[in-house]
Design a protein. Structure first.
Length: 80
């Protein structure tokens, strides 16, 4: 991933977008700290369609009894 300061990204914005379209993301920094990442639209679309963990759990093929009951016993003494 290419890293550049914000002012450089502004000056070379067209090249940054071209690189993102070709699959090369760019990390934009402001005052030396990461501020943004420029990625291509296809990559953004792929990443935005990742299902949430909650959705995966709700749609999993688990049935009653597949997950063991939680141990309700008190925690053991750490011996401090």
């Amino acid at each position: 991933m290419k890293e550049m300061q914000l002012r450089e990204a502004k000056a070379r914005f067209s090249a940054v977008v071209d690189a993102a379209e070709e699959g090369e993301p760019s990390l934009i920094t402001r005052h030396g700290k990461p501020a943004a990442v420029v990625i291509g639209f296809e990559e953004w679309k792929r990443l935005s369609q990742v299902p949430s963990f909650g959705w995966l759990l709700m749609n999993s093929p688990l049935e009653d009894g597949d997950i063991p009951e939680r141990d309700q016993s008190p925690p053991r003494d750490p011996g401090f």
